[in-house]
Design a protein around this ligand. Structure first.
Ligand code: TRP
Length: 332
């Protein structure tokens, strides 16, 4: 049985971008693989080291989100990164195998640094050693569990490439020890934001969260970007530049061809179209929220799921660190 490893930073709740971009694949894959799902609190701290309570709270929030979409804790090992010190050890060992220049060239890191500069001005330029090095720590996350398949969104591809480079370098110096992971992309690799941005993101303020209330959903969809050329109900419009149509494609699949043709012909007003989407979105989110309520009422069950998963994960990481230390001649 192949091993799956993936991770999420606990910095906020899951939104549709996570769901369609990556989590749908977790759901498909949970039956057939040995599955480790890391709540990457240490990685979240590289960015949020000055807000530890936020990271701590979100460990439980994101675990509840993941359970509520239907991941089965009997099939998936949910674990907390900071509870596996072997990952931190591997990070130190791998840090010798990566140059600073290579990290600075990593496209994901580069765009995150650019975003920080935009948000924080000159403060954004003080990048920490920990932040620059998080791809190394992510390579440790994956290899600690001999992760072979890594379901992710396409923004993570440069991190996987960097992981493979570290694995090859390690194996070439210390002998064949680690496995090269492969990404698993979903057919929707990136979900657009309410404002029409190519990417939905919490920090971009354009996301629909799985936990959003019906009032929030209504407000967000009513304000979503539509074809600016369409003013009156009878104006024909271009659905391809309309976010309302875009989300119909995700959560209202049965009716999407009607939505499209009526919109193009000017037989459908934007307000009615938005109302229909609000209904479809709420129908889609309803069972997820119902499931979530159960875990909200039973926090002890969430804690137990994390504890059990972390124990299993720890055993696996201990096996890896033994092999790694022996290969590196530090198995005293
Ligand atoms: N970097 C990922 C993100 O921001 C989270 C993550 C941490 C991850 N460790 C991982 C993803 C290991 C895949 C594999 O979403």
């Amino acid at each position: 049985m192949k091993t799956i490893l993936t991770g999420l930073r606990p910095t906020g709740n899951l939104h549709l971008g996570h769901y369609f971009g990556a989590c749908q694949n977790y759901l498909k894959m949970q039956d057939d693989y040995e599955f480790y799902l890391e709540i990457a609190d240490v990685q979240a701290l590289t960015d949020h080291f000055n807000d530890p309570m936020k990271v701590r709270q979100n460990v439980y929030e994101i675990t509840m989100d993941l359970l509520s979409i239907g991941l089965d804790p009997k099939k998936v090992n949910f674990f907390i990164q900071s509870k596996i010190p072997e990952i931190a050890e591997l990070t130190v060992f791998y840090s010798n195998l990566v140059t600073v220049a290579r990290l600075e060239r990593n496209p994901t890191v580069k765009s995150e640094i650019a975003q920080k500069k935009e948000l924080f001005g000159h403060h954004g330029e003080s990048i920490t050693y920990g932040f620059l090095g998080y791809p190394v720590s992510q390579a440790a996350d994956i290899t600690a569990f001999s992760g072979e398949l890594v379901p992710v969104g396409d923004d993570q591809l440069p991190l996987l490439e960097q992981c493979r480079e570290i694995v090859r370098k390690f194996n070439s110096i210390y002998g064949n020890t680690l496995k090269e992971p492969q990404q698993v992309l979903s057919n929707i690799t990136r979900v657009k934001g309410l404002d029409g941005n190519e990417k939905m993101g919490k920090s971009l303020g354009n996301a629909i969260f799985l936990v959003d209330s019906e009032e929030e959903i209504q407000k967000k969809i009513m304000n979503a970007k539509t074809d600016p050329q369409k003013i009156k109900k009878e104006d024909p419009a271009n659905p391809d530049i309309c976010m309302v149509y875009y989300y119909h494609q995700l959560v209202n699949k049965e009716n999407v061809s009607t939505v499209c043709s009526e919109c193009k012909k000017g037989h459908r007003g934007c307000v009615a179209c938005k109302r229909e989407l609000i209904q479809a979105m709420n129908d889609f989110l309803h069972p997820i929220k119902e499931k979530r309520k159960y875990y909200e009422q039973h926090p002890e069950i969430v804690k137990e799921i994390l504890e059990t998963g972390t124990n299993t994960a720890k055993k696996k990481a201990e096996e890896t660190i033994k092999k790694v230390k022996s290969a590196m001649k530090i198995d005293y």
